[in-house]
Design a protein around this ligand. Structure first.
Ligand code: ATP
Length: 544
């Protein structure tokens, strides 16, 4: 039977990743460990570039975001407050015949044990009922393996941001609206890891929690909340003080799409999924998933793929800070002098209206999250206290959360870059080579430096000098092995956007070309002659 094209494409990608050192199976010499992957020399560079670009875009280039780097193991109370201990599970079923264990919602597309990149039909054996399986990896802190010492490897980076919200607020001299960003490892004991690195058990996330004022606070200060229709695509790039959660949510979706475009994923390769009310968590107001059309993404009858999730952008209300406030007993709210002053000037009926809406929101949250021993009177009293806080300038910030997976993005960049070029020589012999068309910003190696011949000391000395000139600024490789064509092909497969050749004209054979080099462009093979003195600036301009 013919292989479906998309599986072949994935097999080629998996094979290139191993052959060229992008991604290896973890513990390969011992047969591998399902759901764990290592990044080889090229993959490690690619990953660093992606994380660095995210960090720069989301923190250093902005005045309103501060960074955080928290531990992987944290107090288990954090995971009780966040709801992960109680509910972070997938439905799992076992097959009584083949003894396989699967996610109930993915039973028709399980990975083939021999070739994990290929999907096979399920075994027809009888299945058990689905039961919840908690995805958190458990461990113990200290020498005793007792229940009191249970700890979890974090299943997401976000919770540390909420737990440290007050410390960051106080030390970063920020005021709402502002965000806290973190990049780091996360662990989920996925029932069926699959699609290469797409669903792994150890992976990295890049998460931002962007704290905003609740809509009632915006209304108290500004009279009304800017609506989406007042924020057409062009205006959504300039945050305004009267934005409510909807505008901020739309803003972050746009910002994140622009980030992906800026690293080479064109809008046409992306898709969107707006979660339906039935899909949304009870506290969430909206969630937009940004999808990428992977080779394994399901296609409709017309052959169009919606894509699979790269990143989710959720409007999570004040749920997380509220939970940590309740579980830790520490106040998580902020004081806003502008609100206090504005509230005092509001007409009584406006105050009553905003008070009531804030009260209802808090009561709703408190009711849904109530501990068994909490009475409706206690809940109502707490909601009243919360709403009374508005007059004193106090509120719990709401949050918009753009949460992206590094590994899924790396896989998207690799799939997007993968292209094959077939060339036929004069004798009619054709050869197909792989060109990884990475955007220069993410490309693992930015430039290759080649002396035309390796046995001419003058050429070698000049090439070495150029290598030393470039390498403090850009990931550069020096290659003097084989013909220039072979060296180009090697760099094409690694996705290196520029190759620099030092030839006899560089040394002044044609005096007018003294101290110039040939720069060859990966995607169209075009060559141009540049002065060595202009080379570094030229290359840097392409990766900024
Ligand atoms: P999915 O529905 O695909 O399991 P999710 O909605 O549970 O993903 P989130 O909890 O929103 O994912 O995590 C945010 C991001 O972290 C995801 O968009 C994805 O990029 C990444 N991510 C989540 N789980 C994994 C995983 N098992 N392997 C690799 N990346 C992951």
């Amino acid at each position: 039977m013919a292989e479906p094209k998309e599986n072949l494409q994935m097999e080629k990608i998996v094979s290139l990743c191993k052959r060229r050192g992008f991604i290896f199976q973890s513990s390969e010499i011992y047969g591998g460990l399902n759901g764990f992957w290592d990044y080889g020399p090229l993959g490690a560079e690619l990953k660093r570039n992606v994380k660095e670009l995210w960090w720069n875009t989301m923190t250093r280039q902005r005045d309103d975001v501060a960074g955080l780097e928290a531990t992987i193991i944290m107090s288990p109370e954090i995971w009780k407050a966040s709801g992960h201990v109680a509910t972070f599970s997938d439905p799992m079923i076992d097959c009584k015949t083949c003894k396989g264990r699967f996610r109930a919602d993915q039973i028709s597309e399980i990975p083939c044990p021999q070739k994990p990149s290929r999907m096979v039909n399920e075994c027809a054996g009888e299945k058990t009922e689905a039961r919840p399986f908690n995805l958190m990896f458990k461990t113990h802190t200290g020498p005793l393996e007792s229940d009191e010492n249970i700890a979890y490897l974090r299943p997401e980076t976000a919770q540390a941001i909420f737990a440290q919200f007050k410390n960051v607020l106080e030390t970063a001299r920020q005021k709402v609206p502002f965000g806290i960003a973190q990049v780091g490892k996360a662990f989920r004991n996925e029932v069926t890891p699959r699609n290469f690195t797409f669903r792994s058990r150890e992976f990295e996330q890049m998460e931002l929690e962007f704290f905003i004022k609740p809509d009632e606070v915006i209304q108290a200060i500004h009279g009304s909340v800017a609506t989406i229709s007042e924020n057409p695509q062009s205006a959504i790039r300039n945050p305004q003080s009267n934005w409510g959660w909807q505008a901020w949510h739309q803003y972050w979706v746009e910002e994140r799409v622009r980030f992906y475009e800026g690293i080479g994923l064109a809008r046409a390769t992306l898709g969107f999924h707006h979660q339906t009310p039935a899909e949304l968590a009870h506290y969430a107001r909206a969630c937009t998933d940004i999808l990428f059309k992977f080779p394994f993404s399901k296609k409709d009858e017309a052959g169009n793929a919606a894509g699979d999730e790269l990143e989710g952008i959720a409007a999570r209300s004040d749920f997380d800070l509220s939970q940590h406030q309740r579980f830790s007993g520490k106040p998580m709210g902020v004081f806003d002098e502008e609100l206090r002053a504005a509230w005092a000037k509001l007409p009584k009926e406006k105050q009553d209206d905003l008070w009531k809406r804030y009260y209802e929101h808090r009561k709703n949250y408190l009711t849904k999250s109530a501990k068994p021993d909490e009475t409706p009177e206690q809940i109502s009293q707490q909601a009243t206290e919360d709403a009374n806080g508005l007059a004193k300038g106090q509120y719990l910030p709401h949050v918009i959360e753009p949460s992206a997976g590094v590994d899924r993005l790396i896989l998207a960049l690799i799939a997007n870059a993968y292209s094959e070029v077939t060339k036929t020589d004069d004798k009619g012999k054709s050869e197909t080579t792989v060109v990884m068309k990475f955007h220069p910003r993410v490309a693992p190696v930015k430039v290759g430096v080649f002396p035309l011949l390796k046995n001419k000391p003058e050429l070698v000395a000049k090439a070495q000098a150029i290598y030393e000139l470039l390498r403090p600024h850009l990931k550069t490789v020096y290659d003097d092995g084989g013909s220039i064509g072979k060296r180009y092909a090697r760099q094409d497969e690694a996705g290196t956007p520029f190759c620099v050749t030092i030839d006899f004209d560089t040394l002044g054979e044609k005096p007018e070309l003294l101290d110039t080099v040939t720069v060859r462009h990966r995607d169209d093979g075009k060559q141009e002659r540049l002065k060595i003195s202009e080379l570094l600036e030229f290359l840097l301009s392409k990766i900024r």
